[in-house]
Design a protein. Structure first.
Length: 381
């Protein structure tokens, strides 16, 4: 298989994996084999300093097999890993050798480097950081290369080629996670109350929508149904949307790609965010099958929740109920900290207190409980 064929296979696999959790082992194997390494660790992190850093996703795979190293790293090594702040400060998409994010002295003395990374075959690996959605950081760490002579320029070039597709993969995953739709089947996405969902056929015609997407289209504030075709109200946004759709629904034999954009609204409300993902089929024999998924994120339609009502109903303190209401309305921990004049660490402390009071363990469970309490239909598991 040529390098271009391997790249095309990986990109197609990333599109599928964005909508199906179970496919990541296969996709990571394709990346390992094409790049020429035995494994990698993809993580998504919030925060800008070691003190407020928190990993919100992180899986390490070796040729499709999950490597149980995340908990060990988080509990034992992460609090003392000298490279954490340096990784957070790396320019977007710069690929660096792991030895370059430690000092010469640390390479001799660091427990993380000598005990952890070298133990898991990553002492000669590569690290990089990318800007993710909503201020998140995407950290991608590679193990040692298969070639004992080290990394070659072709391997580095392939990694850099993959970066925009990995970034888009994380964008779609985060949009689904925000709507409590991770692990949801394609058709079940139509039931999601917090996310606008449209299915397009290979000609770009709208095949089906859920209730929220239909409401957004009928309103016509930003996007609209133009004789069965998705369009944006403003000409410049519409031109960009046409380009994204053309790449997601190309002519036969061309490489497909996903993409995201914001759409301005004449009403002056917050912009809509669109994520467009191709859904590949080997053949449809002329049938009008679903060929692309469009996710519409409308922050202006987040429910307005009364913190005082939450405090009474759930037995929360005033500060806790404000944090819970803001999360359910779609705000991030960082934004809540700014709005309440607190640190992000203080907001996360309130979260932990609420988890303990309510018997929960995840932010998503808290949001689901808040929405159900105030009468907003919670997303189905």
């Amino acid at each position: 298989m040529s390098q271009q064929d391997a790249f095309d296979h990986i990109v197609a696999a990333l599109h599928e994996t964005a909508l199906n959790d179970t496919l990541w082992p296969r996709t990571s194997t394709l990346i390992d084999e094409a790049v020429g390494m035995w494994g990698s660790h993809l993580a998504v992190e919030s925060g800008h300093t070691r003190d407020d850093a928190e990993f919100v996703f992180g899986d390490a795979y070796c040729h499709g097999e999950l490597v149980e190293m995340g908990r060990m790293y988080a509990n034992t090594y992460f609090p003392h890993d000298e490279r954490v702040q340096r990784l957070l400060n790396l320019p977007d998409s710069r690929v660096v050798h792991v030895t370059h994010v430690y000092t010469e002295h640390e390479l001799q003395t660091s427990p993380t480097y000598n005990e952890f990374l070298c133990r898991f075959g990553a002492g000669n690996g590569l690290n990089l950081r990318m800007d993710g959605p909503d201020g998140l950081h995407i950290i991608w760490a590679f193990t040692d290369p298969d070639d004992p002579h080290g990394w070659g320029s072709e391997q580095i070039a392939l990694i850099q080629q993959l970066l925009p597709h990995i970034r888009q993969f994380v964008r779609v995953r985060q949009a689904l996670a925000s709507a409590e739709a991770l692990g949801t089947s394609l058709l079940s996405l139509l039931d999601k109350a917090l996310l606008g969902v449209l299915f397009l056929d290979r000609h770009g015609t709208i095949v089906e929508t859920n209730t929220r997407a239909l409401r957004i289209l009928r309103r016509g504030d930003g996007v609209a149904d133009r004789d069965g075709v998705l369009g944006a109200r403003l000409p410049t946004d519409n031109a960009k949307l046409r380009r994204l759709l053309a790449r997601a629904l190309p002519h036969w034999g061309q490489t497909v790609s996903s993409g995201s954009m914001t759409v301005r609204r004449p009403s002056g409300k917050l912009p809509l965010t669109l994520h467009i993902s191709p859904i590949t089929h080997r053949a449809d024999f002329g049938a009008q099958r679903i060929a692309a998924l469009v996710l519409l994120v409308d922050l202006a339609e987040r429910p307005q929740i009364d913190p005082a009502f939450l405090a009474t109903t759930l037995g929360l303190s005033r500060a806790e109920s404000r944090v819970a209401a803001a999360l359910a309305a779609g705000h991030r921990v960082r934004d809540i900290a700014v709005a309440t004049h607190r640190t992000q660490a203080a907001v996360r402390w309130h979260l932990r207190q609420m988890y303990a009071k309510l018997g929960l363990s995840r932010q998503a469970d808290l949001v689901r409980l808040v929405l159900s309490t105030v009468g907003v239909p919670p997303p189905r598991a």
